[in-house]
Design a binder for this molecule. Structure first.
Ligand code: NAP
Length: 289
């Protein structure tokens, strides 16, 4: 990859940003298509976001990803926000159009549903069980609704936060209805659940022995269930190992990460994303960690 005077700028903003894997697989994608772009990480404090947007406009950046803690913080700086990003209340992909307008959307939804779509289930008859009610859970809920699920069950540990979370979707364009539960109700919910999604950090490195399911709950998992963990380090988590033991289909968070990046790449470059190159590049770095 040669940087020239014409090289176009892409990037990712967050804080911290050192651990982001997006620069690795985005630059692999750029190199594999021989495009004249470069994707750079930027660590930025919230109070400097306004200056950053002005500077990015001045240097005509083509677009950038947004990660923790700025997915909500960037909203006031955008001229156009996609309907789905409005429902989630967070943006992870921004781009600048020719007429200097900032656009934002949330490709975490596309990333989340991509591996599910290939399973060809009748989603209208499936009631997903979503564990956790943080930021990623919102993208999962919108994704499940986009798939066609009519009702989505959400389990959380703080009833006040959970009911606020549920209320935040009323008067939005979300088609599915949301029902909320506490963790002590989980045992009763598992046998009915054909799709269980872990959006909590339980089981994430270095907490390898943590799982949202205890050993007795593991046995209640359906054999035809899909167990989906948003965590990509480790692959698989203890939760996915439990589900695999019961015969369920398991999906880890690496594909979501690749596919949200692929969608963003296509928005910025208008080129078909080299998904296999991006996937291999991500898995290589994950396996080496
Ligand atoms: P977040 O906003 O902090 O939400 C985490 C949720 O998990 C909250 O509801 C929190 O409950 C709950 N939680 C945390 N620890 C818990 C515990 N010990 N027991 C029960 N509930 C617990 O985080 P996030 O941004 O949504 O991210 C969640 C996970 O998804 C992380 O592991 C992240 O790496 C992963 N993720 C993956 C992708 C991908 O592309 N694969 C994308 C986004 C996120 P409280 O609200 O009560 O604290």
């Amino acid at each position: 990859m040669q940087i020239t005077g014409k090289t176009k700028l892409l990037g990712i903003i967050g804080n911290p940003i050192e651990h982001s894997l997006s620069p690795v697989f985005q630059n692999s994608a750029i190199a594999s298509l021989n495009l004249d772009y470069i994707y750079i990480p930027f660590a930025i404090e919230k109070e400097h976001l306004g200056e950053l947007f002005n500077t990015f406009k001045a240097v005509k950046i083509r677009g950038f990803n947004v990660t923790i803690p700025h997915k909500e913080n960037v909203l006031p700086f955008l001229d156009h926000i996609s309907e789905t990003a409005k429902i989630i209340g967070a943006v992870n992909t921004v781009w600048l159009t020719e007429d200097e307008q900032w656009h934002g959307t949330n490709t975490d939804i596309d990333g989340f549903i991509s591996p599910l779509k290939s399973l060809h289930r009748d989603w209208s008859s499936i009631t997903p069980l979503v564990l956790g009610n943080g930021g990623a859970s919102r993208a999962v809920i919108v994704g499940c609704s986009e798939l066609g699920c009519k009702e989505i069950r959400v389990v959380g540990r703080n009833w006040e936060k959970l009911t606020q979370f549920q209320a935040s979707f009323t008067n939005t364009a979300l088609k599915a209805t949301i029902s909320v539960y506490t963790w002590d109700q989980l045992t009763d919910l598992i046998p009915d659940s054909q799709l269980i999604v872990n959006t909590t950090p339980m089981g994430m490195y270095p907490h390898l022995s943590e799982s949202p399911l205890d050993p007795s709950q593991e046995k209640l998992l359906r054999k035809d269930a899909i167990a989906y963990d948003l965590i990509y380090n480790p692959r698989p988590t203890l939760f996915l190992q439990q589900a695999h033991r019961q015969g369920a289909i398991i999906i880890d968070g690496s594909e979501m990460l690749v596919q949200q990046g692929a969608k963003a790449f296509e928005i910025w470059t208008k080129h078909h994303a080299p998904v296999e190159v991006m996937r291999q590049s991500l898995l290589e770095i994950l396996d080496s960690q």
